[in-house]
Design a protein around this ligand. Structure first.
Ligand code: 16G
Ligand code: MG
Length: 548
């Protein structure tokens, strides 16, 4: 494309999506995320970038998802998806940030610079898949995305309202047709189809109950489960709540993040002792389970629990297939409860890698195993299987003895049911339900596998959160200088104490995590560490107080 035709890049910007704010915005842990009314020009520009990225990848399809996940309704966001259904390559985040922040007047020349810098052949075709969540601001932003794609003569395909993982799946399928069909229906066919297949093979027994209650966070995930529910013939009885009707607000007092952070049941779901409930987040890429006991105590089965459940099941399956030479590993972040890490390494004897927060880091690390299970404690995760793992299991399904063939076929269905591109609440829900059913387990038996250490998370507001620098997968703080020493000293006073701090990638705050042998100690340690952050890193507002 000759540079002169970049004029239209400016024309669209000036006439349709002008930059009306000087607030600096950064491509963070999961793309750009802020108040929806500050985003139109950003999304338009990401449309441009998606086309350039597609051309850099030889015309392969790139995805653009309009969502702010678990944030409240007034926020929105955009993230790009790479050809294999993965998050945007990290080295492009800086380019995305640059393009998002230049003035309209400099947009044309900056676009040209970017094209040169990444060496994109603008004569190639370009394809961009666009999806959005249920926010009322999403359609307008999706339209801006389409304009960005048009301005550089790419082809945009709109998927309308889909979960984030559905879009990742479709991008992957479009670029690799062995993975599936790149449509919402193709997604149901593969993932839900595999679940139904498994249910034909596994009898319901023991304490497993086929009724599952689900909190949809008033977002897209619940809506899609409502479609899926109608296609299930008693294999699973989904009872759905918070589907977005009746004035229910997206992620407000409901959803995976609310349940995990506040450790309270979501609004609208009556607590019934020992009833199994799953909570999705606003764009359907996170899930946590919970139940209340007979004293109405909240019992959370978070990402750590899901990871250990899946890893132990896959380990057993590999034994049954006589394929234990395949290396299974688990990837966690510093937020993983110490109890889970101990259980995984000492009881399951599965190796663990700890990485920085953010799905891209976990996903990447998981790929180094033959089978990598990765989960953030907040419920974002999935399983990835290498080609070697898949072909080994497929071979056993053909050539093993009767029992081995049975186990391998089941495991192949399990693989099909997994959305390997990214953490997926719907796919994860089916994986969990499969393991519980296979074991005849209820939530209590699931919970009994290990004991969590009591923990507490707090937020501290400081002048500049990036003054906090970390290392060792965020477990140690290198700046401000004196902070880590203080944290070490505080931690040393508690049995099984552990604490770390990190700047949030999605909010303008510093996060504090603490765990210890009792809830009181965890609360106290978290508060003390918060005070240290406040004092040493330029706290703003009221100094955090200690628990009474
Ligand atoms: C984003 C990340 C999530 C991470 C969270 C941390 C993706 C798709 N999402 O939501 O993995 O846990 O940020 O938020 O990568 P924080 O930096 O505010 O703690
Ligand atoms: Mg999400």
């Amino acid at each position: 494309m000759p540079p002169s035709s970049l004029r239209v890049v400016y024309a669209f910007a000036r006439e349709m999506h002008p930059k009306t704010t000087d607030i600096f915005i950064e491509y963070g842990t999961a793309g750009f995320r802020t108040k929806a009314n500050l985003l139109e020009h950003v999304v338009y520009r990401m449309g441009l970038l998606a086309v350039i990225r597609s051309r850099c990848k030889n015309g392969r399809t790139i995805g653009m998802m309009i969502t702010a996940s678990h944030n409240l309704e007034p926020d929105n966001g955009v993230k790009l998806i790479d050809p294999d259904g993965e998050m945007l390559e990290q080295s492009w985040e800086e380019i995305a940030t640059r393009l998002a922040n230049v003035s309209d007047n400099d947009l044309e020349s900056t676009t040209e610079q970017v094209i040169k810098q990444v060496n994109a052949d603008m004569g190639l075709k370009a394809s961009v898949y666009i999806g959005m969540d249920t926010r009322y601001t999403s359609p307008r932003l999706a339209a801006a995305a389409v304009h960005g794609v048009m301005a550089l003569k790419g082809t945009a395909k709109e998927f309308g309202i889909v979960t984030t993982p559905m879009l990742h799946f479709c991008v992957k399928c479009r670029n690799d047709n062995t993975y599936g069909t790149p449509t919402e229906e193709g997604y149901y066919e593969k993932i839900v189809g595999a679940f139904k297949n498994i249910r034909q093979k596994l009898p319901v027994f023991g304490h497993y109950n086929t009724t599952l209650h689900v909190d949809g966070a008033n977002g897209v995930g619940g809506k899609k489960l409502n479609i899926i529910k109608k296609t299930l013939d008693g294999e699973l009885d989904l009872v759905l709540y918070n589907l977005g009707g009746n004035g229910g607000k997206l992620n407000l007092n409901c959803g995976a993040d609310y349940v995990k952070v506040s450790q309270k049941p979501p609004v609208g779901v009556e607590p019934v002792p020992f009833q199994r409930v799953a909570s999705l987040d606003g764009d359907g890429d996170r899930i946590v389970y919970y139940y209340v006991d007979d004293s109405n105590n909240m019992c959370l089965l978070d990402g750590d629990r899901i990871a250990t459940l899946l890893a132990s099941y896959i380990t057993e399956s590999l034994k049954a297939c006589d394929a234990t030479h395949l290396r299974l590993g688990l990837v966690q972040t510093a937020y993983a409860n110490g109890g889970s890490t101990k259980y995984i390494t000492e009881d399951l004897k599965v190796p663990v890698t700890c990485v920085k927060t953010g799905v891209k880091h976990l996903h990447h690390a998981a790929l180094s195993y033959d089978i990598g299970v990765y989960f953030e404690a907040n419920g974002h995760g999935t399983v990835v299987y290498s080609d070697v793992a898949k072909s080994t299991i497929a071979k056993v399904a053909q050539e093993g003895d009767t029992e081995q063939r049975k186990a391998a076929q089941l495991l192949l269905n399990f693989i099909d049911m997994t959305n390997e591109t990214v953490g997926d609440a719907i796919s994860d829900l089916f994986l969990v339900e499969t393991v519980l059913c296979a074991r005849g387990h209820d939530v209590r038996q699931w919970m009994d596998s290990y004991k969590d250490l009591p923990c507490r998370q707090l937020k501290v507001t400081v002048e500049d959160r990036n003054a906090i620098k970390t290392t060792d997968a965020e477990r140690k703080c290198t700046s401000p200088e004196a902070l880590q020493g203080q944290i070490d000293e505080l931690v040393s006073k508690y049995n099984s104490g552990r604490a770390f701090v990190r700047p949030s990638g999605t909010e303008d705050i510093v996060r504090v995590y603490a765990e210890a042998d009792t809830q009181d100690s965890a609360e106290k340690l978290a508060a003390e560490v918060s005070q240290a952050v406040f004092d040493l890193a330029g706290g703003v507002g009221d100094r955090p107080s200690l628990p009474a």
